[in-house]
Design a protein around this ligand. Structure first.
Ligand code: OGA
Ligand code: ZN
Ligand code: ZN
Length: 520
């Protein structure tokens, strides 16, 4: 297997993987910081990954790696530092962007991100386990931290309060539980150790505290916990891929086979990663039987139940209490905004599709549209991200009667100000508003503007599910709806929907990453 790397934008690198038995190349891409480290890959031995921009691009003064290697075209690469001749695979092109385009032409296949994430996980693992020895320790930060220096020149300060808090001795930490077994009541967070020395030939640091407590910290463990220099975690810090109306035509919508996901861990990983990054993907070939969303849920860990049951059957019902169970158009929404914690992700399995016209689904990337609104009308964005709307759902279903009532901003933001959950339900939105009357008109203008955007033909992707399809998507992000249809004596419509939570999805992704690492 051989790797090469191209710079796709100032912050994103593209990774190419070429295996000797398979002719084809597979691509992946991700943030630079993951791919610019000097690392040990078990499959390749020690490697260096370097990037260098072409002259003139970004005003870079760095030498071209390609020139250094005698190949003018190469601007980035990964090579085996043990090999006599570097194992480098040139990417042709006269500019960075052109090179990225060429790589796309060379391999029109949909990118396989799992390769990248497996790679990142491997890099992180290699980075922290590479067995560097500690050469010296010294007080730092006004004597409130310990500076640790490694044989490769890395230096990191570790605050004493943190070292005491994370003591690994048997009184403080039980390895079978992988957890701390004391509380703050028993430690002094102002303590400074009376002795601090490298131990075991630089493989540990030993600390003695003024109260006589003794702790020993392995070098690799310290390397893993490097505060702001720690590796990012792909299950937290992933770059989202935004989309619009041409989701399908552009090839952005990935398609997976149901049986592959059920039987193959790589397919499972790819599917979940795709739901995370693009927010939507299609699982095909699930047949026309019930219980298939439960099979997918079992592969993750378990399904998220709701008051509509472990899964829900969307069919036209006599005396329906929710618009879903009628043949009417179901306006654009995110599911169960009436809950304070709506389900994180959703799977819609089409068991039977309306034979006549209608019954198609619409999907819009709510995060992309929210960011468009932020750019175009920051005041409207501010109103929608701060004004609480109220939602309710009253009725009766499999578990009996319910009365749900929630409050949410329309666009909920994370700590960095990025959209983290869109809450939309025109059918469940209540008349109750607890805002100053004079703010109301501006709020309605903002709601109308946002609605125009998520209904805009440039943004909505329409797709009529085929029987056996399961559309799976991020319910925090993807605004969806359905066209009206008619039920006749020879045509009805039956969907089975199930939900997943992101904690379970992320847990599965981490387990799979460990599993892939172990097998490499
Ligand atoms: C729903 C829903 C889509 C459909 O029930 O929440 O979005 O196609 N249904 O019926
Ligand atoms: Zn201890
Ligand atoms: Zn829905």
């Amino acid at each position: 297997m051989a790797f090469s790397v191209a710079q796709r934008s100032s912050s994103v690198l593209r990774l190419m993987v070429r295996s000797s038995n398979k002719i084809r190349q597979e691509l992946a891409e991700g943030p630079c910081q993951h791919l610019t480290k000097r690392v040990v890959l078990p499959s390749l031995g020690p490697v260096a990954i370097q990037t260098a921009s072409l002259h003139g691009h970004h005003g870079s003064t760095k030498p071209l790696l390609g020139q250094a290697m005698g190949r003018r075209e190469v601007h980035a690469g990964i090579f085996n530092t043990n090999a006599a001749a570097p194992d480098i695979h040139p990417l042709q092109g006269s500019t960075v962007d052109a090179a990225a385009d060429k790589t796309t032409q060379a391999s029109p296949r949909v990118m396989k991100r799992s390769h990248l994430y497996r790679f990142i996980a491997e890099v992180s693992q290699a980075e922290i386990t590479k067995g560097q020895t500690i050469t010296s320790v010294a007080h730092a930060l006004d004597d409130m931290a310990l500076n640790v220096t490694w044989s490769d020149g890395e230096v990191q300060a570790y605050p004493y309060a943190w070292l005491r808090d994370n003591c690994l001795c048997k009184q403080c930490y039980q390895s079978s539980l992988q957890s701390r077994i004391f509380s703050f009541t028993s430690i002094d967070v102002e303590m400074i150790p009376i002795y601090a020395v490298p131990g075991d030939e630089g493989k540990t640091v030993r600390l003695t505290w003024p109260d006589g407590h003794f702790g020993e910290y392995p070098s690799d463990w310290l390397r893993k916990h490097r505060f702001e220099n720690s590796f990012t975690d792909p299950t937290f810090d992933s770059e989202l891929q935004y989309w619009k109306t041409d989701l399908i035509d552009s090839g952005t919508l990935r398609r997976f086979n149901f049986h592959d996901i059920v039987s193959n861990d790589e397919a499972l990983y790819e599917w979940l990663m795709e739901m995370k990054l693009t927010g939507i993907c299609l699982v095909e070939g699930a047949g026309m039987v019930e219980g298939q969303v439960k099979h997918l849920g079992d592969r993750v860990l378990f399904l998220r139940s709701t008051y509509y049951g472990p899964t829900s059957h969307v069919v036209v019902k006599y005396n329906a209490t929710n618009i879903a169970f009628t043949g009417k158009a179901f306006p654009m929404h995110t599911d169960l905004a009436f809950l304070h914690r709506p389900p994180g992700a959703q799977m819609i399995h089409c068991i039977e599709q309306a034979k006549g016209p209608g019954g198609e689904n619409w999907f819009t990337d709510g995060f992309k549209v929210a960011l468009d609104l932020k750019r175009e009308d920051p005041e409207a964005f501010e109103l929608l991200s701060t004004t609480l709307m109220e939602y309710q759902d009253i009725g009766e279903d499999v578990y009996g009667r319910f009365h749900q009532h929630s409050r949410h901003p329309t666009i909920s933001l994370d700590r960095d100000g990025n959209p983290e959950h869109v809450y939309l339900s025109d059918h469940g939105r209540m008349p109750m508003m607890r805002i100053p009357v004079k703010k109301t008109q501006a709020l309605y203008r903002a709601l109308k503007k946002f609605s125009n955007m998520y209904h805009h033909p440039d943004n909505v992707c329409a797709y009529k599910l085929r029987e056996g399809d399961i559309m799976t998507f991020d319910n925090r992000r993807v605004i969806h709806g359905r066209g009206s249809f008619e039920v006749t004596s020879n045509s009805s419509r039956h969907l089975e929907t199930g939900y997943l939570e992101w904690d379970e999805i992320n847990s599965r992704l981490r387990l799979l990453q460990h599993q892939f690492q172990a097998s490499m």
